[in-house]
Design a protein around this ligand. Structure first.
Ligand code: FES
Length: 590
């Protein structure tokens, strides 16, 4: 935006002054005066010229809100009002009184011997302007403003981590509750970007940032706690203190521990270890969201840079302190006390895991059957035995994530609709534990594998009766199936059909990357909720690590159960794209 004055008094001009060459003659002052407002073309721009109180003004003739011609607006007392949605602009600076509209672009004017000359080069720092507009959109929860800023920043060549960093800064500062679903959605969206088509990447960012804005809207800001004075403490002390404070639900003590640990120079692995240990001191906290949120916060730092750790990680403290512990849930206590089973297993774990040489998991089928079976003791004992025999905890965790995905792949549509989320929680938790073990393996976090297995056990009713798993013969044309995917998701409850389609595509040798891109596009055109993005992101991640198609079948079925939606978010983004291309939204294209 120009910071120079867009006008000059008609009476102060000296005919002898020479203008710089970038000034362009447009028209005469008399013509502008006769017309009240006048449209001229100069330097590749379309400008609206106004005369007001003996001064000439030049404004880009395109309302920054949705592109309506500003020469058709009303000028009164120095304020130009657009005639589409009534955004108001101070004519001299272009500044708006309606933050949803953005400031109008104005250009310096010189009058020479009755002619109007305009400096059409005045642009200012557009990248900084769009960064600031992204902040405005987040603060005021304005989706269109967020969309326009994301598109402009992407077009300027900025990497997605730039917008991620702005979202992290905003979401951790302006939500008293700290890290939540909004930032988790943003982290998931950034994780999906490598699999997405070029045009879908900024749509993903827009959706993630919009969720951050929505979740922060109307809440009090968060006031961060300073680290302890001094330094030189060892990491073991912080880990012990943090777990102790979380145990007694002391969020402030826990937060001071985190921020002090960062200041003391604990490494990313040590910090992850401290967080995951406390996250698994109690059973399946907040239906698994605590471990998942923690994992996503760590992943967002991997992407944005660990220099943001002191802002991001302390924002998790509330989730740690106030999470719902399954020790207090009836289903985890009766008729079988599965909490006691996990606790007993936990006491045997330090000797069973992370000692000696790791080996490939043997007896995978037996382990899968035990976890999916009706006896939680057998499940726990089989897992313990695998670990005692030296199986890699990551591989064991992956096997449990497979069983959790199977619950969704076999989820029968005669279940209550809300139970999709029961199965989803188990899967995303199991996946987060597996990802956490890759980052910071520890006996404490391995307890999460047992939590996930117990949740798979408790979810067994969701597979009564079981939906049939697709058994494709690989004879179908993958391209035809890929084209059919979005059409399938245009119709409600095509759960089995979509799962079968995805399985058939992979069995026929279709390109997995093309499938994931199409899948991502299908997700992003929906007003997908928090759980759907969790489901798809975790499935993509597990697929990438294993090439096990059950993850994509499960995700396809889950998405199909939750599609189609009104697709209103996509409509807002489409408006922003059309505006960016310079289209005239106020005209009927037909
Ligand atoms: S207010 Fe001008 S286009 Fe909406």
């Amino acid at each position: 935006m120009s910071s120079a004055l867009p006008c000059l008094s008609l009476v102060s001009m000296s005919a002898s002054e020479v203008l710089p060459s970038h000034y362009v003659r447009t028209t005469s002052v008399d013509e502008v005066r006769q017309n009240g407002a006048m449209v001229v073309h100069a330097g590749g721009l379309t400008l609206a010229l106004f005369v007001d109180a003996d001064r000439v003004y030049a404004v880009e003739n395109r309302c920054p809100h949705m592109g309506f011609p500003l020469h058709r607006g009303t000028l009164k007392a120095g304020i130009l009002t657009c005639h589409w949605h009534h955004a108001r602009f101070e004519l001299e600076s272009g500044g708006t009184f309606d933050p949803w509209a953005d400031d109008a672009r104005v250009f310096p004017v010189e009058v020479r011997e009755g002619d109007v000359w305009v400096d059409v080069t005045a642009n200012g720092d557009l990248v900084e302007h769009h960064r600031r507009r992204l902040g405005d959109g987040l603060e005021r929860n304005l989706r269109l403003v967020v969309a326009k800023a994301v598109i402009a920043l992407d077009n300027a060549g900025l990497p997605p981590t730039d917008a991620l960093t702005i979202g992290l800064e905003f979401g951790t500062r302006y939500r008293a509750g700290g890290w939540g679903r909004g930032l988790t959605t943003l982290a998931c969206m950034v994780n999906l970007i490598p699999w997405l088509r070029r045009d879908d990447r900024r749509l993903a960012l827009y959706q993630g940032l919009s969720e951050v804005a929505l979740e922060s809207a109307g809440t009090a800001p968060r006031f961060p706690i300073r680290p302890l004075p001094g330094d030189g403490r060892n990491p073991a002390a912080f880990k012990r203190w943090f777990r102790q404070f979380v145990e007694v639900r002391d969020a402030e003590g826990a937060e001071r521990c985190i921020v002090s640990a960062i200041r003391a120079g604990m490494t990313p692995t040590q910090l992850a270890d401290m967080l995951f240990a406390a996250a698994t001191d109690h059973r399946y906290v907040t239906a698994g969201h605590l471990v998942d949120f923690t994992n996503k916060a760590l992943e967002s730092l991997d992407a944005a840079g660990w220099q943001h750790a002191a802002r991001v990680l302390p924002s998790l403290a509330g989730e740690f302190a106030f999470g719902e512990r399954m020790e207090e849930a009836n289903a985890w206590r009766h008729p079988v006390d599965v909490v006691a089973l996990v606790e007993e297993a936990g006491e045997r774990l330090p000797g069973a895991v992370l000692s000696g040489q790791r080996r490939r998991l043997e007896g995978l089928e037996e382990l899968l059957d035990a976890v999916l079976g009706d006896d939680p003791r057998t499940s726990v004992e089989t897992l313990l035995r695998a670990l005692e025999q030296g199986a890699d905890p990551v591989e064991v965790a992956g096997a449990v994530a497979h069983t959790a995905a199977l619950r969704i792949a076999r989820f029968h549509t005669s279940n209550e609709f809300a139970d999709w989320d029961t199965a989803l929680h188990t899967f995303t938790f199991a996946s987060a534990v597996e990802q956490g073990l890759r980052r910071a393996p520890s006996p404490e976090l391995v307890r999460g594998v047992f939590d996930a297995a117990m949740s798979v056990y408790l979810d067994r009713f969701l597979n009564v009766p079981p939906a049939r798993l697709p058994e494709p013969d690989g004879s179908e044309d993958p391209e035809t199936l890929l084209e059919e995917l979005p059409r399938c998701l245009d119709r409600q409850q095509q759960v089995n059909e979509t799962g079968t389609l995805v399985a058939g595509y992979l069995a026929a040798g279709g390109d997995p990357d093309a499938l994931l891109s199409a899948f991502g596009a299908a997700l992003l055109r929906e007003d997908r909720n928090f759980h759907t993005i969790q489901m798809v992101e975790a499935s993509f991640r597990q697929w990438a690590d294993t090439r096990d198609r059950v993850f994509l079948v499960a995700a396809a079925r889950y998405l199909a159960a939750h599609a189609p939606t009104p697709r209103a978010q996509g409509q807002t983004f489409t408006i922003a794209e059309r505006l960016h291309r310079g289209e005239r939204l106020y005209e009927d294209p037909s």
